[in-house]
Design a protein around this ligand. Structure first.
Ligand SMILES: Cc1cc2nc3c(=O)[nH]c(=O)nc-3n(C[C@H](O)[C@H](O)[C@H](O)COP(=O)(O)OP(=O)(O)OC[C@H]3O[C@@H](n4cnc5c(N)ncnc54)[C@H](O)[C@@H]3O)c2cc1C
Length: 255
């Protein structure tokens, strides 16, 4: 056998980890390499809907996700001129009739632990640099922090290496779609001066839109799209700017 593995997966984000679990569950020999040396601690994608949880249930991780997350009954939509409108999830025909709020780092940790149970470890500090197709599969060049560059031979290579994917670029595939021409503020913060009574909330006013999403530890994800702060490049956000923006949209002082 020429191959070191049946499938090589580049990238241990949610896509790569899920793919690895699905393959390992079916006894396919899989290796998964990850450029970062440590697991991510970033909250990034945090809202998990019922249908995703149903799939996570098949992988055997849904109950652990629910245990570690915040279950929001639905979403409250409100504007300064109207009573809040609640989209309640409790009526949904599913084992998961709610919105789960779970930081992406937690989702990744739960997926990785399930993968470990299936006998596969994430190979950290290993970066896919290049690859070429051969008669029998793919030969990938992998850069390892300690050992330098080496090759992995596999029947298949899965590119789960994110938005700047080496796999996509090497294959010459286009990055389809467009960026939205908005500036949004985003912060995970302790909130003082507002109770998110309905769980997840969306507020609108003349100043713009605000999203408030509670985490299980009592902190909140705040996102605002504020008319007064459009046309800006990506940069570090000051807490005072977020406070001013959320207070203006909610029409009360929030800290
Ligand atoms: C601030 C922020 C907030 C977000 N909020 C939301 C949200 O609320 N809802 C939502 O749906 N989405 C959200 N997203 C997007 C979401 O995080 C991504 O869609 C998701 O991470 C994509 O998962 P992925 O596994 O495909 O890629 P990634 O998570 O990007 O994972 C790719 C992995 O591949 C690794 N890698 C890259 N190149 C190589 C290489 N050459 N060799 C080996 N490894 C490599 C990277 O280190 C990374 O770990 C947010 C993103 C950000 C940044």
């Amino acid at each position: 056998m020429l191959h070191n593995t049946n499938v090589l997966i580049a990238g241990a984000g949610p896509t790569g980890l899920t793919t690895a679990i699905e393959l390992a569950r079916r006894n396919v020999k899989v290796r998964i390499i990850e450029r970062r040396t440590k697991p991510s601690t970033r909250s990034k994608a945090l809202v998990v809907h019922a249908r995703t949880l149903e799939f996570m249930d098949i992988l055997g991780v849904a109950d652990e996700m629910v245990k570690r997350g915040y279950t929001s009954p639905g979403i409250d939509f409100s504007s300064s001129s109207e009573k809040p409108l609640r989209a309640n999830m409790y009526g949904l025909d599913t084992r998961f009739p709610f919105i789960l709020v779970l930081p992406q780092a937690e989702t990744e940790a739960i997926l990785e632990s399930r993968l470990n149970e299936l006998g596969v470890e994430v190979e950290r500090g290993r970066s896919l640099n290049d690859f070429r197709e051969t008669e029998t599969g793919v030969t990938s060049k992998v850069e390892c922090l300690q050992d330098g560059e080496f090759e992995i031979k596999s029947q298949y290579l899965v590119g789960a290496d994110g938005s700047k994917s080496v796999v996509r670029k090497t294959l010459g595939l286009p990055f389809e779609g467009d960026s939205y021409d908005w500036t949004a503020f985003l912060g995970d913060v302790q909130l003082d001066g507002h109770e998110a009574e309905g769980g997840t909330e969306q507020h609108s006013s003349d100043r713009g839109l605000a999203f408030i999403v509670p985490f299980s530890d009592g902190s909140h994800r705040i996102v605002t799209i504020d008319r007064n702060y459009q046309g800006q490049d990506t940069r570090e956000l000051k807490i005072e700017e977020l406070q001013e923006s959320i207070s203006a949209i909610l029409g009360k002082q929030v800290q």
